[in-house]
Design a binder for this molecule. Structure first.
Ligand code: XMP
Length: 519
């Protein structure tokens, strides 16, 4: 897809766990940056990318090891400011003629305090109240700085915690300014991009305009199909593409009968009525629920749904004349090629539902207008496009829907009960103004009936579990610490208002060892 034009910063990734955070800090400063693994960064690549500045990330290797990663040597003659962080500092020093040592007394992990030595432009706004707290995570340290560099800050185990050659605008720090535990770290990035002459031209307003042009150029007069899930990413992608090409876009919304209460109606009303987007509402619930009938194994259920979803999507997409493109809400974190040091195959915990091989199977080209964006930026773009906040701030919802919140066999009766209970739980969370503090919340209906007493009668109904977690990316999560009052009030409402449930539990498992969904 045609690239958008802005000042560009290149982050060379040496494999740090927190490289993505560098990119986030820069994007927050309206600076466009990309992360590329060091193996791919040749001088031809650099010239082609044309960065206004370069950052070397941290990494797990030791520059004292033969064959350890390096930046291309000529990058130091390319004439743009460079900031080296942790491993990035060490390779910079080594490549420019300094020395790095490993061994006793060279490591430092966690919180440290840096004491100022001299003043330099990248430290504007630092040391105003004395030493600065920083976060260190290094086994080696620089023992001799490269010619032309001076020391601007020291910490107990890093005599060269901050070094710089201001005449060439080369800066190198031992700590990680991108993490939360370096409280004043954002200031360093702000100073660095100011020194490099960035104008802060990366805004969602500008992105919208440029992307509309790029989509028009890519698509021409051809037709585009977009699968809508009701989630933020596909919604923002669809609205942006619709702004660019109007009726050349058709959205397909597959209703597998596993959606939440009123969800299908809301999605259809939103796109058809508010945005006037051509939309196929494929109600295929009978097909999906029929195939799932009697199935209780989690992986079997997931596989059935995944396969049917692709078949159904393809059937409806085939009915659109002349479609040549498939739109997808792929985000930047999905396309970053990360530096892998472990390499080994990882275990499949759950087969995630996606439409992966579809474009090749159908001979379609991809339109991915969100490929350059982080999730926060997609939300910003959504706001820019006028999507209501209630839509933008929505919790994630999994592709297989309620099927994986209904452990064991799925029945229409159970799904109906689950929908009612889930709607009450979310209503309670909204009423107590907790929705935005929680990453994801839902109810699971358990495959067990329990005995209860209501009025003077015995009941024998389903038990349910409430699940609410905090998380950053869904990879790890912790349960949300509701008050006992909240839990009590919610359980009472669910048991009183939902026919078919007589017991309510709260799931306090973190991930790991649990997963967020029950299946
Ligand atoms: P787990 O249960 O693996 O879930 O801890 C992590 C996050 O992923 C969502 N999830 C899915 N999303 N297709 C999706 O689009 C799937 O098949 C799928 N399975 C789980 C889950 O809701 C949580 O946000």
């Amino acid at each position: 897809m045609t690239q958008t034009s802005h000042d560009r910063l290149l982050i060379i990734d040496f494999g740090s766990q927190v490289t993505q955070l560098i990119a986030r800090r820069l994007r927050e400063l309206n600076v466009y940056c990309e992360i590329h693994p060091y193996q791919n960064v040749t001088m031809d690549f650099v010239r082609d990318f044309a960065p206004k500045a370069v950052i070397f990330s941290g990494g797990p290797d030791s520059v004292t090891r033969e064959g350890s990663p390096r930046a291309p040597q000529e990058i130091f003659d390319y004439g743009v400011p460079i900031l080296g962080i942790c491993y990035g500092q060490q390779t910079m020093m080594t490549q420019l003629g300094g020395k790095v040592e490993s061994g006793h007394g060279t490591s430092e992990f966690g919180r440290a305090f840096v004491t100022p030595q001299n003043k330099v432009d990248i430290l504007d706004g630092w040391f105003t109240d004395g030493d600065e707290q920083v976060w260190m995570s290094h086994g080696d340290h620089v023992s001799e700085i490269a010619p032309g560099f001076e020391v601007y800050g020291t910490s107990p185990n890093a005599p060269f915690a901050i070094t710089a050659d201001p005449s060439r605008h080369f800066y190198a720090v031992q700590f990680h300014p991108e993490v939360h535990h370096t409280p004043n770290g954002a200031k360093l990035y702000e100073n660095f991009v100011r020194i490099a002459g960035f104008t802060g031209d990366w805004t969602m307003g500008a992105y919208r305009e440029q992307m509309i042009e790029a989509i028009r150029t890519q698509v021409g007069d051809k037709q585009v199909i977009c699968g809508l899930s009701g989630g933020v990413d596909s919604s923002v992608a669809a609205i942006l593409i619709h702004e660019a090409i109007g009726d050349q876009l058709t959205c397909v919304f597959v209703d597998h009968g596993l959606l939440r209460k009123n969800e299908a109606e809301e999605v259809v009303a939103m796109f058809r009525d508010n945005y006037n987007i051509q939309l196929i509402h494929a109600d295929e619930s009978d097909l999906f629920l029929g195939e799932l009938d009697g199935q209780s194994d989690p992986e079997t259920k997931r596989k059935i749904i995944g396969k049917l979803f692709i078949d159904v999507f393809q059937k409806h997409a085939d009915s659109i004349d002349g479609a040549e493109f498939l739109a997808q809400g792929t985000l930047y974190p999905d396309v970053i090629e990360s530096v892998s040091f472990s390499g080994g195959p990882s275990v499949t915990i759950k087969s995630h539902h996606n439409v992966g091989g579809l474009p090749e199977k159908m001979g379609l080209k991809l339109v991915e207008p969100l490929r350059e964006l982080f999730k926060d930026e997609v939300r910003g773009l959504g706001r820019e496009l006028g999507l209501p906040q209630s839509f933008i701030g929505r919790h994630p919802f999994p592709g297989p829907g309620l099927a994986i919140r209904c452990p064991g066999e799925i029945t229409i009766e159970k799904l109906d009960i689950l929908r009612e209970a889930d709607a009450i739980f979310i209503d309670q969370i909204r009423k107590h103004d907790l929705y935005d503090d929680i990453w994801q919340a839902f109810v699971a209906i358990l495959p067990v009936r329990t005995v209860g007493v209501m009025g003077d009668s015995r009941t024998y109904d389903y038990a349910c579990a409430l699940r609410a977690v905090t998380s950053v990316d869904g990879m790890t999560a912790d349960y949300y610490p509701f008050s006992h009052e909240f839990l009590g009030e919610t359980a009472t409402r669910i048991i009183n208002e939902v026919k078919g449930i007589n017991r309510c539990t709260y799931d306090i498992t973190s991930k790991p060892p649990g997963t967020i969904e029950w299946e």
